[in-house]
Design a protein. Structure first.
Length: 358
């Protein structure tokens, strides 16, 4: 959660899934209770924030990077600490602040929240919450810039990937583009590295996204988290030349519309524009959401967006790792090229309106 202005974060682990987070970026101490779902993944279930000497504004709550904090909490031995302490009884919110002030020292004799309520009654005396001693600031160990591996995807290399990933998340940067820029490789290549790092236990399991709602607006950012279950944005780019398609190197499927994962913190519309630029060198403007579905073969959440060229219609293969060819085709040609997998009905209807069934 550190930022370029050297904001630092300190995490303290309690019982029952509770942790305390201290950071200059927060209005005061932040308490989170994490719990495991049926698949064993940890998620935030309760949040308590103390404003200390100032009011808590709505922006303070919106700016809490929960997903980034969860990743930080579960990294560097945190997962084993959380698992061990989760079995011990923890406090409820009414006693939380008092618990953290005293549970690791002398036993608490009274709860300041309860005493604060009594102070509101006739004859009650005003009291103040016990002060917390500021946690000592900590910083991440320096991590060398990531570079493409010389000897394959070894544990040593994936450990470096995991360390660079944590630094990117803590800095509130999108890990995919950040690491891809360092290593000089496509973002999809970085996704594969992160996936393998998770499989080998070098990173905690990723939280799965729920399928997006049908009314999901194209400009709503996807929560900041790195996971292979991020939605896939598909750009349906049309012009007077037809609809833009690409031939995949892996043949799965042989031909496709330009698509790519929505990066953490990125909107589906921004992802569609970025993918078209990266894969075809064409600059486009994204429009309406044509439709959404869970893909029947891959199980991925797909978001289909209309798009038009912003300047010019010349296209070239921009990502040779993914595509062998990109070109404009008529609707009839698109039907033929995509016959094996079929075309999403909502997209087919949209293209009929845009291209006139040609």
């Amino acid at each position: 959660m550190a930022d370029d202005d050297d904001r630092r974060v300190q995490i303290s682990y309690g019982n029952g899934g509770w942790v305390r987070v201290d950071s200059e970026a927060l209005p005061g101490p932040l308490y989170l209770r994490l719990a495991q779902d049926d698949a064993g993944r940890w998620h935030t279930r309760e949040v308590f924030i103390e404003g200390e000497d100032r009011h808590i504004e709505a922006a303070d709550l919106r700016n809490i990077p929960l997903r980034a904090l969860e990743t930080e909490i579960l990294s560097n031995g945190g997962l084993s600490t959380m698992t061990a302490h989760a079995r011990l009884p923890g406090p409820d919110l009414s006693t939380l602040a008092s618990y953290y002030a005293t549970s690791f020292g002398p036993a608490a004799r009274r709860t300041w929240v309860t005493e604060s309520f009594r102070a509101q009654l006739p004859g009650g005396e005003e009291i103040r919450a016990p002060r917390q001693r500021p946690a000592a600031p900590v910083t991440h160990k320096p991590v060398p810039p990531l570079s493409a591996p010389d000897e394959g995807l070894t544990d040593e290399f994936l450990t470096h990937v995991a360390a660079a990933y944590r630094v990117a998340v803590a800095s509130r940067k999108r890990p995919g583009p950040e690491l891809a820029g360092q290593a000089g490789v496509p973002v999809r290549t970085v996704h594969r590295w992160i996936y393998l790092a998770r499989l080998r236990g070098l990173l905690p399991p990723a939280a799965r996204n729920r399928p997006a709602a049908a009314e999901h607006p194209s400009d709503r950012p996807i929560p900041v988290e790195e996971t292979l279950e991020q939605p896939v944005a598909t750009a349906i780019v049309t012009s007077e030349l037809g609809v833009l398609v690409g031939r995949r190197n892996d043949g799965k499927p042989p031909w496709t519309f330009i698509s790519g994962e929505v990066e953490p913190g990125e909107s589906p519309a921004d992802a569609a524009v970025r993918e078209v630029k990266e894969e075809t060198t064409l600059e486009v403007s994204a429009g309406e959401v044509i439709g959404e579905r869970v893909h029947p073969r891959t199980g991925r959440t797909m978001i289909y967006l209309a798009a038009r060229p912003a300047r010019g219609t010349d296209v070239f293969v921009g990502d040779q790792d993914e595509l062998a060819e990109v070109r404009w085709v008529s609707l009839a040609e698109a039907d033929e090229l995509m016959a094996e997998y079929g075309m999403f009905a909502a997209v087919r209807e949209y293209l009929e309106r845009e291209l006139g069934g040609a």
